[in-house]
Ligand binder design. Sequence first.
Ligand code: SF4
Ligand code: SF4
Length: 234
Amino acid sequence: MPIHEKNLIEKEDLLEKEKAVVDGVDVSGRWNTFIRERLLSDYHEDFVEEVKSLPGGRTVTNCWQCGTCTSGCCLHTDYGLREFNPRYFIYLAQIGNVDELKKYGDVIWRCISCNKCVERCPKGVKVEEVVHNIDEVLRRRGVTEDTPGSRWDRTYLDNIMATGVLDELGLTLKYVRAEKPEDFTRGFMARMAVKIIRNGNIRTGPIRRRTRGWKKMKKVAEDILERDGYASAK
Ligand code: SF4
Ligand code: SF4
């Protein structure tokens, strides 16, 4: 098993007289470094199954860890959020290392669903959906708490369930207004929203349309949401 948790490596504190110092530089090294004992019970084998059971999650086990998704991820590269590493999240989900995933609880939800990773993945992994599922499972298990990401998902769901048509401007404004001003996300999402509106990728017209026959379809959508354990807009 590779060592991927630095906190498992015990540092050795050398006595002053044991140190080898050459020209003022400590070159004594760390020859007696110990790796703390770790039991297989640290791993939750059923974690990956839960990720798989949610929509789009089935491909999580296809990943062969090439890293193509991370190297092209706009959060990781363009936005410089180096901790956001979909390849690593998938690896941790595969081995069920929930403790390590928990450390990224405030990072995983930040995926902006650009789907670049999905386009680039050579193994057909639905990375975007898998990453969201990992975040969802962590929350369902009580490992992480409600995040701006999960609040966004609920606002999105409420918005689309109302008429069957996404009111993009209304959704963006409601979400940005609801978030706490001190939250990083508000600034982040607001900046994104301005960019999206400027690029003409969002409908800003005042007329709200409705999907024809939405009443019937809504019932089907609600049943599916309930089956998959999502909070519906009932
Ligand atoms: S690009 Fe696909 S196969 Fe490669 S690490 Fe990402 S998810 Fe895994
Ligand atoms: S969908 Fe998410 S994980 Fe994939 S490239 Fe975009 S931000 Fe990164």
